[in-house]
Design a protein around this ligand. Sequence first.
Ligand code: HEM
Length: 143
Amino acid sequence: MSLSETTIETIKATIPVLNEHGLEITSRMYDVLFEKYPETRLLFSSAPDEQPKILAGAIAAYAMNIDNLGALSDAVGRMAAAHVRTSVKPEHYPMVGDSVLTAMKDVLGDAATPDIIDAWKEAFFFLADILIAKEKALYSEKG
Ligand code: HEM
């Protein structure tokens, strides 16, 4: 499986918007996530103020390397390790995905065209699948 060329181009075109509004989007994302899916609150214990910044950085890095994902392998390893440490499970990904896309629409308004939302939906779940596979391996190592 790989991302479509159209998706890759659309994601790249959103890099300036993410640079400008990334933190606003991820801050909104956590509000949506905790309101709609309160059970996820328990997973986040440490430094809640830092989370939007960390996630905004990860999303920007993903967008910038969308056609060179090998560059992200160390970052993916760190994310997967953090997720396993905090008991993130595959069923949490659709909750975060829904919240990220909702936050993009809320913050960007009309600028979040259906093409942009579709591309980010595809890209989010593509990365989610990579993380879920890595986390599955780490969980089974832990036994
Ligand atoms: C594609 C989706 C996701 C991305 C890009 C992402 C990104 C990240 C990053 C960059 C970190 C910090 C890693 C480090 O410590 O170096 C992190 C940690 C974390 N993420 Fe995610 N994440 C995703 C999905 C999720 C999901 C679905 C959940 C569950 C609701 C989640 C919950 C957490 C938690 C609890 C931490 C640890 C926070 C702490 O240390 O207190 N993440 N994530």
